[in-house]
Every structure is written in structure tokens, then in C-alpha cells.
Design a protein around this ligand. Sequence first.
Ligand code: NAP
Length: 453
Amino acid sequence: MTRSLRIAVVGSGPAGMYAVGHLLETPGLRVEIDVYERLPTPWGLVRAGVAPDHPEKKQIIERLFHLYIDRPEVRFFGNVDVGTDVQPDELSSWYDAVIYATGASGDTRLGIPGEDLPGCWSAREFVAWYNGHPDQRHLPVDLSCERAVVVGNGNVALDLARILTAPIAELEKTDIADHALHALRQSKVREVVLLGRRAACHGAFHNPELEELGQLRDVQIGVDPDELPNDSSAVMDSADWVTRRKIQTLRVLSQRAAAHAGKRIVFRFLASPVALVGADKVDQLRVVRNRLERDAGGEFRVRPTEQQSLLEAGLVLRAIGYRGCPFPGLPFDDRGGVISNVRGRVTGAGAVPADSYVTGWIKRGPRGIIGSNKKCAAETVGCLLQDHAAGRLTPAGKNAEEVAAELLRRRPDLVDHNGWRAIDRVERLAGLVQGRPRVKMVDVSGMLACAAG
Ligand code: NAP
């Protein structure tokens, strides 16, 4: 009988777990998979990125990933930092192949004065804060201001606007981190302004997420009707039906009257911050009005005008995109913010650890919904299996027991599948008492104690 193919998957977020799923579901393939995770808890952005007021989405995906990780062919090695505790070239020699699914752990910057003032955070930091990611639990978020500004017009920007304005009673039913719930209970934020650098028809948000804003109780949505193009305008000439739907939704939202509008979400299009102003924390943004201009290829581009204004805000969130970070020992394409690869095979000048593959945002950039990772992982796993069939993979140099023993020697506090299940049980039980899906543990030492206990 042929031996099992031994694969390491680095990262247990959606990208890594869909790769695990594809490997498990490949007919006739005998496989042993070790999933490495820096945190004691799995699921990456499903746990620490998906908005807490989207519980159904989380539950469906988590259930699927549990089906994968509970399989006897799969082991979980949590609290192991690849790049620190174990190096890529070691993994390459221990396994037949390694799939890196490490996501985008950095963020795009505005590149304007004042960006580093306290009170200006990236969406990645803020989302991780309210979702209880251990790295951001101490982010000094101050919600004592009346106005917050979110820069960017993508789905993440809408998530932030919703969480900042949602009725607290709604958030109390979710798995939002307790520290964030406490801060949001005391919040003085009454208005969230969304700044889009281009026009309404160029918003990167999706229509269902836009429509969801209309379901927020007691929140008025402000859209200046003059900012919405009419159907016969030049910008709408080339617009597809998706764009037309979004404009229609914005029109409906602008006409909707909230019964007791205690809070407001305001869309401002064709507006970019040029500086953040404040002595020891952000107090104001200087905003420039943009205009649209067609380039030689007929594409609309924004150009700043002379028109500038000041906007008071004590909290500024940059929701202008995540960014992949270099991974020690692997070639990096700085322009794309991805590990250099061709269809998921890691490639590059110089020494590349053998039999290395990538999937997810670190392969293709920070774009797409969670489900997009399924197709992406299928391509990567397809390439890996082609290489296996062609005899191109260097055989694994350690068996399963040898790898576990070596990892335990380096990380005695490694969290295995049972350890994660113990954390999961305690979180769910705490949630049950409060009528919530779970109450998240947010500090690593508590998680480790729970896993060990
Ligand atoms: P995104 O969709 O790429 O949107 C980024 C936004 O930032 C765009 O409006 C972009 O404007 C703007 N922007 C970029 N650079 C800027 C700058 N220098 N100044 C001002 N604005 C700037 O990114 P995202 O919102 O972070 O979302 C990442 C991915 O996750 C997306 O694919 C998204 O759909 C997905 N996601 C999905 C959900 C969901 O399904 N519910 C939730 C969250 C995230 P331009 O268009 O002009 O470049």
C-alpha cells in the first residue's frame, strides 16, 4: 500500500481550511495533514474578521471547518509560530509539501500627515479589537467623540459603520469581545462619516451589505441626492447592473426615515483626507473635494480640486485595504504584497524552500469574500497534486510521531485539537449562560491554561 502524502498547512483561516478540505475530498488520495496556527485558536478571519453581527455566516463556516479538523487524518498545532518556532526549510524537509495560508497581516496606509496620531487606527486593528484578537485587545480605542470617520468604501468600511452605530442590545447577543462591548456601551459616537475618494457608482461595497444598513434600528442613513448620478448621466452610461442596483439602494436608503434616529451614517463621495490634525490625538481631518476625469482609456480617475474643508472627528479608521507581509524565508512580491507564486506554486529568485505552495490573500492579494478562498485553494491543491503525480515532490523526512515529538520539545505549550476543543467548550458554555454564541477568551495565557486543563 502506498504511504500517505504528508502535508503541512500554515494558517488555519478560511484559506488554509479550504485547502485542507480539498485535500481530504480528493478521491483516492491518502493524506495526513498538520495545520499550524500561531494562536491557540483556529479559523483566522472567520473568528477575528467576520463582523460579530453576522453570526449565521460564522456558524456555517465554523461547522464546515470543524468537520475537517475533527477528521483523524488532520492534526492541529496551535500556538506554534512558523518563522520563529519552526522554519520554512525545516517544514519542507519534514513534509512532502507545505501550503502557506497566512493571510494579509498588514494594512495599506494613506501616506498623509497625522496618520500616526492616536485615534487613527487601521480597520485591521479595529476589527481585531472588537473581535477579541489577542494582539489587539489593548488597542486604546476612545469612543468619547461624537463623530467617527471611516476612510474607504468597501465592505469592511460598512462593517465598521454598522458596529459603531448598532443598538447595543443587538451586539449583546453576539460574540463581540467583552472589552469592545463595554466600550460601545459607553460610546458617545453619534455619527459615522464614510469617505469615498471616488463617486457613489465606484463604491467597492456589495449591494447586500449596503441594504443591511437599512435594517439598522434608529440609524439614519445620510446620502446627498445630488451625489447620486441619474440614470442618463455619463458615469452611468457604462455602469453594469450591479452598480445600478447599488445606486438604487443608496437612493432608497437616503429616503428612508428612521423613527428615532439617534445615530447617523453619512456617505460622502469624491472626498479624500489630506491631513489629520490634532495635538496629542486626532481631532480633525482636512478633506479635499475630488472631481472625476476620464483618462485616455476612458476610465474615470479622481483629481483633487482646490476645495478643502475641515471635518471634526475623534476617531478615524482607515478601511482602505489589508496588505500581505513578507514571510521569513519565502520570496516576496512587494508590489502585490504576496508571496511570489505562479498559480499557488512558490517561485522566486534565490533559494526557495522546496515543495512550497500558497493560497488565499497571501497568494492573490486581499480581495474576495470568504468563499473565494475555496476556488483559490482548489487551484493550489490542484498544482500540488500534479507535482505529486509527476514525482516532483521531495519525500517527507519525518513521520507524524517524529514531527509531534519535535514540536512538543520546542513548544511544550503547543495547543492540539483537544486543547482547542477545551477552549471552544468553555467559550460556548459561557455564551450559553449569556444567550450568546460564545464569550471569547482574549488573552493567550488564559487560553493556554484552559487548553492544558
Ligand atoms: P476593498 O473592497 O478593496 O475596499 C477598499 C476601499 O478603500 C475602496 O473603496 C478603495 O477605493 C478605498 N481606498 C483604497 N486606497 C485609498 C486611499 N488611498 N484613499 C482613500 N480610499 C482608498 O477592501 P476591504 O473593504 O478592506 O475588503 C477586503 C475584501 O474583503 C473585499 O474583497 C471585501 O469584499 C471582502 N469583505 C467582504 C465582506 C462581506 O462579504 N460581508 C466583509 C468584509 C470584507 P477605490 O475603489 O477608489 O480604490
